[in-house]
Design a protein around this ligand. Structure first.
Ligand SMILES: [Zn+2]
Ligand SMILES: [Zn+2]
Length: 146
């Protein structure tokens, strides 16, 4: 019973701190913050709680091809821009334009549940840090992927 109480307390703190953050932290970044309130909580516990919360639809898990998963406590529909250099994620005001799935040439048998729109770019910090040559290369890689 004591263990159960501790578990739900941990989950509560993880959720609260994530909701306070606008940075879309990774589990490790959130762990650093949660530890200020629960000094003994492990990274594994934070990660497990994030997975549970995401599974329950209380937080959004953001997986941007290859990078570490990031988490978003803001469930309002909004768009993201992902920095191609550091993987940082920021909110973009607006919602995806409505697309009528019936108009798309979707493969037979597929059920379309939604559309994910995401911007790729370079955050101001990386723009200062990264050479123009590197920026051109990142941009080219990205265009080749689409
Ligand atoms: Zn960046
Ligand atoms: Zn967001």
């Amino acid at each position: 019973m004591a263990k159960q109480r501790r578990n739900s307390k941990q989950r509560e703190v993880v959720l609260e701190e994530l909701r306070n953050m606008k940075t879309h932290p990774t589990a490790a970044e959130l762990h650093d913050v949660v530890r200020e309130r629960l000094p003994r909580i492990s990274l594994g516990t934070v990660y497990r709680n994030l997975e549970l919360l995401a599974g329950g639809g209380l937080v959004r898990k953001l997986e941007h091809g290859g990078g570490r998963a990031r988490f978003d406590g803001d469930l309002e529909q909004h768009l993201h821009v992902v920095c191609v250099a550091c993987g940082g994620v920021e909110d973009v005001a607006g919602t995806p334009a409505d697309v009528n799935a019936n108009d798309l040439a979707t493969p037979d048998g597929y059920q379309i549940f939604g559309l994910r729109v995401e911007f790729s770019g370079l955050c101001p910090d990386c723009a200062r840090r990264v050479s123009q040559e590197k920026i051109d290369q990142l941009r080219k890689n990205l265009q080749n992927n689409h």
